[in-house]
Each structure stands twice: as structure tokens, then as C-alpha cells.
Design a protein around this ligand. Structure first.
Ligand code: XIL
Length: 355
């Protein structure tokens, strides 16, 4: 895992957005409203390093401090609108996440939505939200995490996750969501987004097969899905990374005439040694090893991290370290300084070929 002599030197210190753009790749990150509006230092760094902004919470139905959908008949775009203004002011593209998901649903959803009205509710949400931002979006995660990671939970040959959407609308809800989205904003790149396809474990290999199966079925039906979003929530302690099988998966997806976006990249260091220098080296090695494989696929057009700085990462809450040390999963540290992971991203962009 750790090679103390591994070289992470770079030949040219330019912002990641520029190094990526030089190869026709978009680099960016997710962020929350308060991070880009209230933390001036972070906002400046974000604008310097990124060329796309993804609201971590503000375009979900209900997440963190924000209610995009306070009630069945209400939409509150105020937070996302302010983030779009920030993006446009700093020449950033804007990416929407996520229109149809089984998580981040508002309290009222369970009481209100049923077999009879589910299609109307989904259609109303997609049309209203995408209509509000029509023509101003790089891409939308139309459907998020529809394939279950746990084969037992799904109890279906197609591994579709048992979500309210599947329960009320059946397996064609995914095709329906994309068809509504394509009409709502014909200019947006429409993405199916999921996780757990990165490693050569039995679970990840099974998930890859199920995701590929879904994408093949959608393409056969003529569903207007344009890209696969691979979340890439990686693990610093994994010993199951197999470049060959990952590369083949990317080839198989690209062969469906789909683009590929890396949409939520970070490297979980919660199981790594306490020593910061060792941890940062291992994390950087994971970033570079993964991206050197992924960027070899010309269909990969974007690399987006889930957060830009360790100052703001959801892993602090979701995967804290047992030694209570701050986690260090992202390219910039809590003082907004570049880490070896930053070098790894820079090297991967410098070493890959132009799209
Ligand atoms: C996470 C956010 O980062 C958390 O703040 C929130 O509490 C839960 O959702 N996959 C996704 C993202 O598609 O939307 C999730 O984001 C992380 C996993």
C-alpha cells in the first residue's frame, strides 16, 4: 500500500481545471451553499481549481439544511440559484444532483406519494427543476443508485434497488425519468449515476454486471441516457484494485456509445495508519493509480471530487477514524493547501492524452 519512495513530482504547477482542460477533461467538485457563499478563502480556491460546481445538498429533494421541496406543491430554488450565480460569476459549469433517488426525500414524500400519483409526482419534479435551470446545466444525475449493492436486498435478477420509485412505477421508472428529463432540457447531458464498480471484489464485479445490464437495456429501448456517472468513493486500504478489469468495464460502457463521468471521487483513509505522511502518500497513490486507468478511456470526460478540501468532506461524518484524527480524503488539506493527492490528480491530467 505505501511506497515511501513513490514519486509524485509534477512538471507544471497550474490549477487542476487548467491541467484537465488541456486534455478536454472537466475537473470540479461538489460543495455546499455555505462553503461557497460564506467561506471566502474556500470559495476563491474553488474558483481557482474547479471548472464545474455540483451542489452537494441543494438540488436534492431535501438534504442537510435545505428543502428544495418543502411541500408537495412547493419548490425552493433560492440556495441552488445562489450557487448557480456563484458558478456563472466564476466561469464554472453547473451540474445537477440528483433528480430521482431513494435517499434525501422530504418527510412528506412517504405520506403523500403512492401508486396512483407517483408518476405525476416524479414528472412534476423533473419538469419543474430541470425547467428552472434549462439551458444552464452541464449535466444532470437523472437517476442515482438504482442498482442495489446487496444482491439479497434487491431480490431481483436485474438487481434493481427496492425503492419507492420501483415499488410504485415498476422497473420502467428509469426509462420514464430519462424521457421526461430529455424533454425538460434537451441541452443537458443526462447521466445515470452509481457507486461500487471500482474494485475486483465479488460485490463490485456483480454490481458492474448489473449496471452494464441496465445500461444495455436502456440503450436497447432507446432511452435518452447519455452517460454513466461513476461515483468513485475509493478506499485507501483496498487490496482489490485490478486495473485490467476496471479498464474492461469502462470499455464495455463506452461501447454502448455512452460518455463516462467520475462524479464523486474521494479516498476513504479511515482504515489507514495514523501517520499523516504515510496516509497522504497512500491516498495519493490511490488517486493516481485509479485515474491513470480511468483517463485511458477516451469516453471519460469529467473528474469531479466529492468536496475539494479536507475542511469539508462528508467522510468526516460518514466514515470517521477510530483514532478520532481528522480524515484526509481530498486533494486540498484543511488549510486549503495542496496535498500529494493534488499532485496525483495533476500528474494524471498531465500524463493522459487529449480527448
Ligand atoms: C451525501 C452527502 O455528502 C451527505 O452530506 C448527505 O448527508 C448524504 O448524501 N452518493 C451520492 C451523494 O450520490 O449524494 C451522497 O452525498 C454520497 C453518496
Amino acid at each position: 500500500m505505501d511506497n515511501p519512495s513513490r514519486d509524485f513530482s509534477i512538471t507544471e504547477w497550474l490549477p487542476l481545471r487548467e491541467l484537465a482542460a488541456d486534455k478536454d477533461i472537466i475537473f470540479g467538485a461538489s460543495a455546499r451553499y455555505n462553503q461557497v457563499i460564506s467561506d471566502e478563502q474556500f470559495a476563491a480556491l474553488f474558483a481557482q481549481e474547479c471548472s464545474v460546481l455540483v451542489p452537494e445538498w441543494e438540488l436534492k429533494w431535501s438534504a442537510g439544511d435545505y428543502q428544495l421541496r418543502p411541500s408537495p406543491n412547493e419548490f425552493d430554488f433560492s440556495a441552488a440559484d445562489t450557487m448557480l450565480d456563484f458558478a456563472q460569476t466564476h466561469n464554472l459549469q453547473f451540474r445537477g444532483h440528483a433528480l430521482v433517488w431513494h435517499e434525501s426525500l422530504p418527510q412528506w414524500f412517504q405520506q403523500v406519494v403512492n401508486h396512483q400519483n407517483a408518476e405525476k409526482v416524479m414528472k412534476h419534479h423533473i419538469e419543474t427543476v430541470m425547467g428552472h435551470y434549462r439551458g444552464r446545466m452541464h449535466s444532470w444525475d437523472v437517476v442515482n443508485e438504482a442498482i442495489d449493492y446487496d444482491p439479497i436486498a434487491s431480490q431481483r435478477a436485474d438487481r434493481l434497488r427496492q425503492t419507492p420509485w420501483l415499488q410504485f412505477l415498476g422497473p420502467d421508472y428509469i426509462d420514464l425519468a430519462f424521457r421526461i428529463a430529455a424533454r425538460a432540457d434537451p441541452d443537458a447531458l443526462l447521466v445515470y449515476n452509481d457507486f461500487g464498480v471500482d474494485y475486483n471484489t465479488a460485490m463490485d464485479k456483480a454490481k458492474r454486471r448489473a449496471v452494464l445490464g441496465l445500461l444495455k437495456r436502456l440503450k436497447t429501448k432507446g432511452t435518452p441516457v447519455h452517460a454513466l456517472g461513476i461515483q468513485a468513493h475509493l478506499h485507501g486500504d483496498s487490496l482489490d484494485f485490478d486495473p485490467k478489469s476496471l479498464r474492461q468495464f469502462l470499455k464495455d460502457v463506452a461501447a454502448l456509445d455512452l460518455k463516462i463521468l467520475i462524479t464523486e471521487m474521494d479516498v476513504n483513509d479511515s482504515q489507514l495508519p495514523r501517520d499523516i505522511q504515510r496516509r497522504d502518500r497512500i491516498v495519493a497513490g490511490v488517486y493516481e493509480d485509479y485515474l491513470s486507468v480511468v483517463l485511458d478511456e477516451p469516453a471519460v470526460i469529467a473528474v469531479i471530487t466529492w468536496g475539494l478540501s479536507d475542511r469539508y468532506t462528508y467522510l468526516s461524518e460518514f466514515h470517521p477514524r477510530s483514532d478520532h484524527q481528522p480524515v484526509r480524503p481530498l486533494p486540498m488539506d484543511t488549510n486549503l493547501q495542496p496535498k500529494l493527492a493534488w499532485n496525483a490528480l495533476a500528474r494524471a491530467f498531465q500524463q493522459t492524452r487529449k480527448r
